[in-house]
Design a protein around this ligand. Structure first.
Ligand code: FE2
Ligand code: FE2
Length: 308
């Protein structure tokens, strides 16, 4: 549901205090093709389970280094809340991987490459303290802001993807995606606000957007191909851009025009993430998500000890 307040700058009413919700999901009942009869949609969305654990742990690693540069208490609280949420997201997606292995789809060859990319290529590097080290830290903070533009975009999409419900998608997987998507919408301004606070340069914003967008497209198409080729139930598993376009038109995946439209949105000088998506919708989902409710009950002060 797009926010109707367009224009320059943040939308104050979209801000909400952030807390990490400790969730857990039971995967035993989830079939390999959790969108029934639609391996392409299933695997396109499954790529999230391969990219997010390493990516979100990297966010946490970078943000822990940037905390000393924050001179605004409210922003510091937001960043700490963001770190807590992203750490939980990484763990929740990681827990899907053993289930994929049990179903004959071992993602290790792909995740090993993703891990290398985040840990080595985008890691700390051996830089002397001073300008070079700060430059590399700011570059990564800007990259995270660009990536978070897309996690918020995907979060907003999945919260509204009624066609997945209509197609009979597995409720546990939908809950994982929507719980995560809702928290992405909830904290969508933090990475951008942090980047603006510590650097905010437009050229850096544009440059890192190009890197993030290119890398996401590259990793995503490789991930879909990996899943389609290694799916033990598919004789000739293939995916194509045409199929992606078609599924987007049908509302099963984000639509290509919406993805293209997200480009000028992020590059607009008056852009702020609070202008897109709806915090009210995200918070409403989190108040009804089975996993988030179970987490809430388990951490309530009067919950039995073994449930915490
Ligand atoms: Fe996340
Ligand atoms: Fe996020």
């Amino acid at each position: 549901m797009p926010n109707t307040t367009k224009g320059g700058g943040p939308v104050a009413s979209e801000h909400t205090p952030l807390k990490a919700r400790k969730v857990s999901f039971a995967w035993e009942e989830t079939p390999l093709h959790w969108v029934p009869g639609d391996p392409f949609t299933t695997h396109t969305i499954n790529v999230l389970h391969l990219l997010l654990p390493a990516g979100e742990r990297w966010f946490v690693h970078v943000y822990q280094q940037v905390l000393p540069y924050i001179r605004d208490e409210k922003l510091r609280e937001d960043v700490i809340g963001f770190i807590g949420q992203e750490a939980m997201h990484a763990q929740a997606h990681d827990e899907v991987l053993p289930h994929l292995r049990e179903q004959g789809l071992d993602p290790t060859p792909y995740t090993a490459q993703v891990d290398w990319m985040f840990e080595k290529m985008l890691g700390d590097r051996t830089l002397p303290p001073g300008r070079a080290r700060r430059w590399w830290l700011m570059e990564r903070v800007a990259l995270i802001a660009a990536i978070e533009h897309y996690t918020a975009f995907l979060g907003d999409w999945v919260l509204n993807a009624e066609r997945l419900d209509a197609a009979g998608a597995d409720p546990t997987m939908l809950d994982l995606l929507r719980w995560h998507g809702a928290e992405e919408v909830e904290h969508r301004s933090v990475a951008f606000d942090l980047f603006q606070h510590v650097d905010g340069g437009y050229r850096r914003r544009a440059r890192t957007w190009a890197t993030a967008f290119g890398a996401l497209l590259f990793l995503w198409q490789r991930g879909v191909r990996f899943f389609m080729e290694n799916d033990p139930t598919l004789l000739e598993g293939k995916g194509s851009l045409t199929e992606f376009y078609r599924k987007g038109r049908a509302g099963m995946l984000p639509s290509t025009p919406a993805i293209l439209k997200s480009v000028p949105t992020y590059l607009h000088r008056g852009y702020h993430p609070s202008q897109e998506g709806s915090t009210a919708q995200a918070v409403a989902y989190l108040a009804s998500s089975p996993a988030a409710l179970a987490a809430e009950a388990a951490t309530a002060p009067d919950a039995p000890k073994d449930a915490r």
